[in-house]
Write a protein that binds this ligand. Structure first.
Ligand SMILES: [Fe+2]
Length: 124
């Protein structure tokens, strides 16, 4: 069994972002319209770095991400997704990006930037 795929949707009117824990074929409605699926990016084509690297030491994984942390542009959260659990780290502007969890082969690291959306790194 693989780790779960994170599915986010955004309202193009009010900016609300929701996560679908259980996916269906029905639209998610906000402000009277269907919310738009947020594409999960795997290749960073912008100047900033959104695809994290990581280091594994003694059964733990530490996420390494060189990204702005200022008020206008910052990482809102990092989620470590395992086969049977998830761990989310939330950040505010100005906070150092620091995310450590246990290492599991095949786990995924999701990164959400307030300007550039959702990114993924699969861990081998
Ligand atoms: Fe960004």
């Amino acid at each position: 069994m693989n780790s779960r795929k994170v599915l986010l949707k955004k309202c193009n009117h009010c900016g609300k972002v929701v996560e679908e824990i259980v996916n269906s074929f029905n639209d998610t409605i906000c402000c009277g319209e269907a919310m738009e699926k947020i594409t999960c990016n795997e290749v960073d084509t912008s100047n900033a770095s959104h695809i994290p690297t990581y280091e594994i030491l003694e059964g733990k994984i530490r996420v390494i991400l060189n990204h702005e942390i200022d008020e206008e542009h910052y990482i809102m959260w990092i989620k470590l997704v395992y086969k049977n659990e998830e761990k989310t780290f939330f950040f505010k502007p100005g906070e150092e990006i620091d995310a450590i969890g246990h290492y599991e082969p095949g786990m995924k690291i999701y990164v959400y930037c307030n300007l550039h959306g959702l990114w993924i790194r699969e861990v081998v």
